[in-house]
Write a protein that binds this ligand. Structure first.
Ligand SMILES: [Zn+2]
Length: 367
């Protein structure tokens, strides 16, 4: 399996275009033509993680946090991340980042954390809203099939794994060419009745200009009639997870349950210490901003990392319980991603090892 084929497999399940616009996912360093000799999964790509891959003879590291993220001014042995980047390139190690695209995946980081906490009846906390257009074009029968071919070949009118997704219905179009018109059908000053098809199809919100250009270029009429109707739908992916514990717990019991399951030496609670916890919402990493969504959806506590003083105080005053499990708790993705990769690959492709890094990349010491 080449790196290019691996990326294709990954993209089928956690599409890179589902990552946030500010994110940096995909192949960050490497060569798509390289053959995969082994995969190491890690939360962060530190120098120790690169050494671990080298020692194991694996040429591919898949990380959650992108190594190349903020503007890098130089790649030198002495400064910042340059040393790691140089080491990766020197040893021909491929580095792939699966970040927010893995966060929003229904079996991604938040599902992995929820599984660890034993949450049942899991549902996506904040499903993404996809915007798209329904397009309708009116076209004479004789031009219909060629027109559909052109649209389909350009990549529009696709739904998931299906191409050529059109609906057509027959009707009577009518028009009277006047003034400077140069009609494809009919004569000036005369009302023409033409059997026309109303062709309907869906396009992604990014395909509007492309589709409009195709209609203008390939429709036989001087002034084609078409509409773009903007619509939205809920995606089957999104950030966070909400689910239920199999028993109601006190805050004290829930906290020790979380610490034990996530092997976290310390967590921070904010809110009502006498609360009962049954419904739990979780956003791995840095999820502040979703605590009120969680509360509205019935969560007794919102679990995330990187909570700041004022966010905690605001939530406490609003009666929303928070638990900071540290950003590093996302390390559960190392094992979780190995399992996903195993599931996504064909038996024939599994000629190399897929292993979770053993390196702790938590920058904090819990003293
Ligand atoms: Zn993170």
């Amino acid at each position: 399996m080449t790196i290019g084929e691996l990326l294709k497999t990954i993209n089928t399940h956690v599409p890179f275009n589902t990552a946030e616009s500010w994110d940096n996912v995909g192949l960050l360093i490497g060569d798509k033509a390289n053959k995969v000799t082994g995969i190491l999964t890690a939360l962060d790509c530190t120098e120790e993680v690169v050494d671990e891959a080298l020692n194991k003879g694996y040429n591919t590291i898949i990380c959650h946090h992108p190594l190349i993220f903020k503007g890098i001014k130089n790649i030198t042995q002495q400064e910042g991340y340059g040393l790691i980047i140089r080491k990766l390139i020197k040893h021909d190690i491929n580095l792939i980042a699966l970040h927010t695209n893995l966060d929003v995946y229904p079996k991604g980081v938040n599902a992995m954390l929820s599984d660890k906490l034993g949450l049942e009846k899991q549902q996506i906390l904040n499903p993404e809203i996809i915007s798209y257009y329904k397009v309708q074009v009116f076209i004479p029968e004789e031009n219909l099939n060629d027109f559909k071919d052109v649209l389909s070949e350009a990549g529009v009118a696709q739904e998931g794994g299906y191409r050529y997704c059109f609906f057509e219905s027959l009707g009577i179009g009518q028009f009277k060419p006047v003034d400077n018109a140069d009609p494809h059908i009919g004569e000036k000053g005369q009302i023409s009745h033409v059997q026309e098809y109303k062709l309907e199809f869906m396009i992604d919100h990014t395909q509007k200009t492309l589709t409009q250009d195709l209609i203008i270029q390939h429709h036989p009429y001087e002034t084609p009639v078409y509409d773009f109707i903007e619509l939205t739908k809920q995606a089957n992916y999104g950030l966070g997870m909400i689910g239920k514990l199999n028993e109601v717990m006190t805050v004290e019991k829930f906290v020790s349950h979380v610490k034990e399951r996530l092997k976290m030496p310390s967590v921070r609670f904010s809110g009502d210490l006498n609360a009962n916890i049954e419904t739990v919402a979780i956003v791995g990493g840095s999820g502040i901003g979703f605590e009120y969504t969680a509360s509205h959806k019935g969560a007794d506590i919102f679990v995330t990392g990187d909570i700041k003083h004022h966010d905690a105080l605001d939530a406490k005053i609003a009666g929303v319980n928070l638990l900071d499990i540290n950003h590093y708790s996302e390390y559960v993705m190392r094992e979780g991603l190995c399992q996903l990769l195993e599931d996504w690959m064909n038996e024939d492709d599994k000629i190399f090892n897929i292993e979770a890094s053993e390196i702790n990349t938590d920058p904090f010491e819990y003293l």
